[in-house]
Design a protein around this ligand. Structure first.
Ligand code: TA6
Length: 306
């Protein structure tokens, strides 16, 4: 549990006057708020989960359910949960929580820097002692570095301190805010093969752009190009550039699944789309002994053009 002293200490050590502040939010979660000349952002220390990012003059880019439940140890619906060290259900033990344990653990802040261009860089680490050895019997580390500016950059660094390879599934499971998912197109996945989880894992080939007419839950493989979320309703394009990620996951639960999940609200599914930079399924990361891996993404917002 986090106490007032912790928050006071983090502000003492990592707070930047008028730019970086640690506090409790209305739900009792410890959050760090960033405000600078370029943008505002907010992250929960649980999971180092980005909950909000809005460049100055823009609507928020990240979707956060207004029906999300804030329970310690449970992932908050929306934002950018960090899936690690497995993506989706655990390969062998179905009783384990989907998407690994990183997104529900309390991360430690490590650094806060105001950069010369006016953006703000924060670094967090998943405390090794919070990696359950019965699930993850490996000496490893996971660090997240996020730079809040006119664009948003996130780098997930996995370090293998073992003298043997380790296999990691990972994703930045980002929920993007859109005007109406039925009008959204995803560009950049043309020609990629994908695992269609709505069709029990059938493998398909993407022809043309991705659009949304029903529940969509796909792991695109060998997807290394830039992705664009084209949103004519909000009159913007969100560009996702990445390195160190071979998969792209695209998800919208649609009406029934969203209703079953209970934390989307009545039309929440219409206002979001998940486009996740990942290494999942066939693209899982096999990290050599003593090696480290960077999954890096940059989100930027552009004006919409028909
Ligand atoms: O990334 C898509 C997905 O794997 C979907 O299958 C769905 O389960 C989604 O993640 C949300 O998972 P969560 O555990 O956050 O409810």
């Amino acid at each position: 549990m986090v106490c007032e002293d912790d928050v006071a200490q983090w502000n003492e050590r990592y707070g930047i006057h008028g730019q970086v502040v640690f506090s409790y939010d209305d739900h009792g979660f410890v959050v760090v708020s960033v405000n600078n000349a370029w943008a505002s952002a907010r992250l929960a220390l649980q999971g180092a989960q980005l909950l909000h990012w809005a460049p100055v003059g823009h609507q928020p880019v990240i979707w956060l359910s207004d029906k999300a439940s804030y329970v310690l140890g449970k992932s908050v619906r929306g934002g950018a949960p960090i899936c690690w060290p497995w993506f989706g259900p655990h390969g062998a033990r179905t009783e384990l929580p989907a998407h690994g344990f990183a997104r529900t653990a309390l991360w430690n802040p490590q650094e806060a820097v105001s950069l010369p261009d006016g953006s703000t860089r924060l670094t967090f680490q998943l405390p090794p002692q919070l990696m359950p050895t019965e699930l993850w019997p490996y000496d490893s580390s996971l660090t997240m570095e996020i730079t809040v500016g006119v664009s948003l950059e996130v780098v997930l660094v996995t370090e293998n301190r073992e003298n043997r390879p380790i296999t990691v599934g990972q994703a930045l499971h980002t929920y993007f805010r859109v005007g109406d998912v039925r009008r959204v197109r995803i560009l950049g996945l043309e020609g990629c093969s994908y695992i269609d989880k709505v069709l029990q894992g059938e493998r398909q080939l993407q022809v043309g752009q991705v659009d949304f007419v029903q529940e969509t839950d796909r792991i695109y493989l060998g997807s290394t190009r830039e992705i664009v979320i084209d949103d004519p309703v909000m009159q913007r394009r969100i560009r996702l550039a990445k390195t160190g990620s071979a998969s792209t996951v695209v998800w919208n639960p649609w009406t029934e699944k969203a209703a079953k999940m209970g934390d989307f609200g009545p039309d929440g599914y219409l206002r979001m789309v998940c486009v996740e930079n990942a290494n999942a399924a066939d693209d899982q990361l096999v990290l050599a002994a003593q090696a480290s891996h960077h999954l890096a993404v940059r989100y930027s917002v552009e004006p919409w053009a028909p």
